[in-house]
Design a protein around this ligand. Structure first.
Ligand code: GRG
Length: 293
């Protein structure tokens, strides 16, 4: 199947499953369920759930068994975006091209909406079938470790505390590991766990997810520089009011491009043990880094 059709088909299946898991919009109190659905069904790419499903397939598993963790990682991702957009954090008015949750529902409901999505993520994750090697304890530990203060939240703290300061490359890498690479890696690992993957396969996916997540961020930073200089008369947005350390600002553009290439190669090499079964993951990584996904 062509990648484009594969992505569209999997995104549709994930959306159907999330729709089935979430309380209906009219379930009382309707405001919170409306806000949760507004935030989740806002046109996200479903990158993490599709990587979760593709990892299950690469390990010989049934994609349907990977649906609960696939939905759980998307719910956790959406919670992080809703909270990240709040006035106390990034104070953004738009997300995925639409008014942010707090702009539509108010700050109090947006805080609760994020909390509810995070809680729901674990309720959904609990529906994952155990395999010979992995039980509910393994699934929950995987996602909780990533979502907690050691990774996702820790990364947000480092980001908040680093605002207006010149960060080292080491600090920048730590932030991207925590904010981007960790959840991508757990998505892959959870999918593989539903396929009863060997620990060696989980290790390979950890290396792949980590390198891919970092490469994604380096490329994001490079595009920020190269694309913004092309836009004439661009007015500074809220993000630009606070000077942020980026790969190009720390290493320069050329070294950043080399770093992106090094990380991309590392990600691809990590898939060697999958042989042809890793082709879909390779294709997705390639498209993600070219920003065609
Ligand atoms: C715990 C409040 C809190 C925040 C955690 C994830 C995060 C930290 C903040 C979100 C902001 C951000 C830019 C994170 C980097 C991760 C990233 C690349 C997010 C965008 O993900 P996409 O491109 O978005 O998959 P869509 O909209 O397609 O789902």
């Amino acid at each position: 199947m062509e990648l484009k059709s594969y992505l569209a088909e999997k995104a549709k299946r994930v959306d159907q499953a999330i729709d089935g898991f979430l309380p209906k919009a009219k379930t009382k109190p309707a405001t919170i369920h409306g806000a949760m659905r507004y935030s989740v069904f806002a046109g996200g790419k479903r990158l993490r759930p599709i990587f979760c499903i593709a990892a299950a397939e690469a390990c010989g598993g049934d994609p349907e068994n990977a649906l609960p963790p696939a939905c759980a990682v998307e719910l956790m991702h959406t919670y992080s975006l809703v909270h990240d957009d709040l006035p106390a954090m990034d104070d953004d008015d738009l997300r995925r091209g639409r008014p942010t949750c707090h702009k539509v529902y108010g700050e109090g409901i947006a805080v609760l909406c994020g909390d509810a999505l995070l809680t729901e993520a674990f309720l959904v994750l609990a529906q994952t079938e155990p395999t010979k090697r992995y039980t509910a304890r393994d699934y929950v530990s995987e996602l909780a470790l990533t979502g907690g203060s050691r990774h996702l939240i820790g990364g947000q703290v480092m980001d908040l505390e680093g605002e207006g300061k010149a960060l080292s490359k080491r600090d920048l890498v730590k932030i991207h590991e925590a904010k981007t690479a960790a959840l991508l890696t757990s998505s892959l690992r959870l999918g593989a766990m539903t396929a009863n993957a060997t620990p060696a396969k989980l290790d390979a996916l950890t290396t792949f997810g980590h390198a891919l997540g970092l490469a994604f961020q380096v490329i994001d930073d490079i595009l920020d520089v190269t694309q913004s200089t092309e836009i004439l008369g661009k007015t500074a947005g809220k993000d630009e009011a606070v000077e942020k350390s980026t790969y190009p600002s720390l290493l320069g553009l050329e070294a950043s491009r080399k770093e992106a290439a090094r990380l991309t190669k590392k990600a691809m090499t990590a898939l060697d043990s999958f042989g042809k079964k890793g082709d879909r993951l390779r294709e997705m990584a390639d498209n993600l880094l070219r920003r065609e996904f």
